[in-house]
Design a protein around this ligand. Structure first.
Ligand code: EPZ
Length: 432
C-alpha cells in the first residue's frame, strides 16, 4: 500500500454547509448481519471507507456477493455457505470484523474467526462476546489465535453483558445477531444503547427478527426460524458530523450540517455549548459557530449517551485553541492518547498525569509533520493542522481513510487548503 499524507495550510476559516454520510459503526454490524439473510439485502448510506472494503473482502471469503450499484446502494446475496473462517490477515486489519462471529454461528452452526488483537487505542478484549455466545449454548475454543465456535442449535438465555467500563457495543451486536435465530427468548441485560445498536436492531427487524428494547439496557430477542433479505438505510454518522463541527469551530468559522440526527449528539452539544460554541438544531440539520473565544471544559468520555470516546481527540484539538485549562479523561479507552505527543510537537501545552490530560490553551499551534496512529486521532491532527500557523503534514492517512469518506474533499469545499500527496519514505540509511 503506497503511503500518503495530507498537507494542510493552517489559518483558513471554514464556513458553508456539508452533507454527513452514513454511520460506519452502524454499517459494519449491519453488513455482517446480512450473513443471516435468505435473499438479497439492499443497503443505503453505506459509506465508502477502508473498513467497509475490508469487511466486504471478509464477507466475500465467507461466500457473500457484495456489489455497490450506480446509485451507491450496496446489495448483498449469499452465494455459498461452505466457508466459515474469517482469516487473521483480514480480521487483524479491522477488529470490528469480529462481529461476523455471531451471525456465522447462528446461521451455519460453525465459525472460525481470528481474535482481533489490540490496536493503537489500547487492548480490545472480546471476553464479553464469548461469554454471551456461550450463554446461548455455543461451544467455544481458542486455538492458535482463532476463536472456534460450534452450536447445533442456539437456545435463548438471560445474559448479563456489562463489562469493566460499562457496555460492549460490538459484543451486544454479536449476541443480538446470534439470538435472532436461537430457539426461545434471549434477554440481554446491560446491553449497549448506542444509536448504532438500535439501527442494527431495526435492520434485523426489517429482516423479520423479533426484538424489543433496542436502545435501552435491556434487549429482548425472540428467536425466529429464518430472516429475509430487505431494503434498509443506515443512520447518519454522528462521529463524522461532530468531527466536522469541531473542525469548523476550531478555525473560528461556522457550519451547517445536513443529514444529521441531533438526538444522537446531545452530550456533544452540551460540551460544545459549555466551551462557548453556538449550536442550533432542528430535526435533520445542525448549525454551529464559534461564538466567542473558547473557555475551558472538563471532559470524561462515557458510554452513550455520554460524550463519545471517538470524539475525545477531536475535542482536544479544538480546546488547544481555547483559553484556560481543559481536562480530558477517556474512561472507555484510557490509553487513547497517541495524538497528545503529536499535538505537543505542534506546540500544544498538554500535561498528562495518569492518563488525565490537561490542555493549557492560549498557545498558538505551529504546523509540523505529524503521524496518525488511529482514525480519530488522525482526524484530530487534521483539525490541529487547520488551526496551526503554517503547514502541517499528517502522515499515515490510511488510518483516516478507515473512518472518513473524502475528509479532505469535504474540508476543501468549506475553504480549507488541504491536499493529499504520496508520502515518500526516506531512503533506507546505509548499514554501518
Ligand atoms: C465500538 O468498538 C466502536 N467500533 C468504537 O469506535 C468505539 O470507540 C467503541 O465501540 C466504544 O464506543 C465500532 O462500532 C465498529 P466496546 P467496540 O466493546 O464495540 C471493554 C471508531 O473510532 N470490553 O464497546 O469494540 C473494552 O476494553 C471505533 O469508530 C471488554 O472488557 O468497543 C472497552 O473498554 C474505535 N470486553 C469497553 O469495553 C469485551 O468483550 C468498550 O468496548 C468487549 C469490550
Amino acid at each position: 500500500m503506497a503511503l500518503e499524507k495530507l498537507v494542510v495550510e493552517g489559518g483558513r476559516r471554514l464556513h458553508g454547509e456539508v452533507v454527513v454520510g452514513g454511520a460506519k459503526n452502524a454499517a459494519l454490524p449491519i453488513l455482517s448481519a446480512t450473513l443471516l439473510a435468505d435473499g438479497t439485502c439492499d443497503l443505503g448510506g453505506v459509506p465508502r471507507l477502508r473498513d467497509v472494503d475490508v469487511l466486504a473482502r471478509i464477507l466475500g471469503v465467507l461466500g457473500l456477493q457484495i456489489e455497490r450499484d450506480p446509485l451507491g446502494r450496496v446489495q448483498t446475496r449469499i452465494l455459498s455457505e461452505d466457508a466459515s473462517t474469517a482469516p487473521y490477515e483480514l480480521v487483524s486489519m479491522m477488529r470490528a470484523s469480529f462481529c461476523v462471529l455471531g451471525p456465522l454461528l447462528a446461521r451455519r452452526g460453525y465459525a472460525k474467526v481470528s481474535l482481533p488483537g489490540g490496536c493503537a487505542i489500547g487492548d480490545r478484549p472480546v471476553d464479553l462476546h464469548l461469554k454471551g455466545l456461550r450463554a446461548l449454548g455455543a461451544e467455544i475454543k481458542i486455538e492458535h489465535g482463532y476463536v472456534i465456535a460450534r452450536a447445533q442449535r442456539l437456545r435463548g438465555a438471560n445474559i448479563y453483558l456489562g463489562g469493566p467500563t460499562g457496555c460492549t457495543v460490538l459484543g451486544t451486536a454479536n449476541v443480538m445477531m446470534a439470538a435472532c435465530l436461537a430457539d426461545g427468548t434471549t434477554v440481554i441485560e446491560h446491553a449497549a444503547v448506542e444509536p448504532e445498536i438500535e439501527d442494527l436492531a431495526n435492520f434485523l427487524k426489517a429482516m423479520g427478527a423479533s426484538i424489543d428494547g433496542a436502545g435501552s439496557h435491556r434487549i429482548t430477542i425472540r428467536g425466529v426460524r429464518r430472516l429475509e433479505g430487505c431494503r434498509y438505510d443506515v443512520i447518519p454518522d454522528r462521529i463524522e458530523a461532530a468531527t466536522l463541527m469541531m473542525a469548523a469551530v476550531a478555525t473560528g468559522g461556522e457550519l451547517l450540517l445536513k443529514n444529521v440526527d441531533p438526538t444522537h449528539l446531545e452530550a456533544v452539544f452540551d460540551k460544545l455549548r459549555e466551551a462557548g460554541v453556538s449550536v442550533a438544531r432542528n430535526c435533520k440539520t445542525v448549525a454551529v459557530a464559534a461564538a466567542e473565544p473558547l473557555h475551558e471544559v472538563e471532559l470524561n468520555t462515557l458510554p452513550y449517551p455520554g460524550f463519545p470516546t471517538d470524539l475525545q481527540a477531536q475535542m482536544m484539538a479544538l480546546m488547544c485553541t481555547g483559553t484556560g485549562a481543559s481536562v480530558f479523561t477517556d474512561r472507555i479507552f484510557p490509553d487513547r492518547l497517541q495524538h497528545v505527543s503529536e499535538f505537543k510537537r505542534m506546540g500544544a501545552r498538554i500535561l498528562n498525569v495518569n492518563n488525565t490530560c490537561v490542555v493549557l490553551g492560549g498557545s498558538p499551534l505551529q504546523g509540523a509533520p505529524v503521524m496518525a496512529s488511529d482514525l480519530r486521532g488522525g482526524a484530530a491532527l487534521v483539525i490541529a493542522g487547520l488551526i496551526a500557523q503554517g503547514q502541517t503534514e499528517v502522515r499515515r492517512v490510511y488510518h483516516i481513510d478507515r473512518g472518513y469518506e473524502d475528509l479532505e474533499g469535504k474540508l476543501r469545499a468549506l475553504g480549507a487548503v488541504i491536499r493529499r500527496e504520496a508520502d515518500e519514505l526516506p531512503e533506507k540509511p546505509p548499514a554501518v
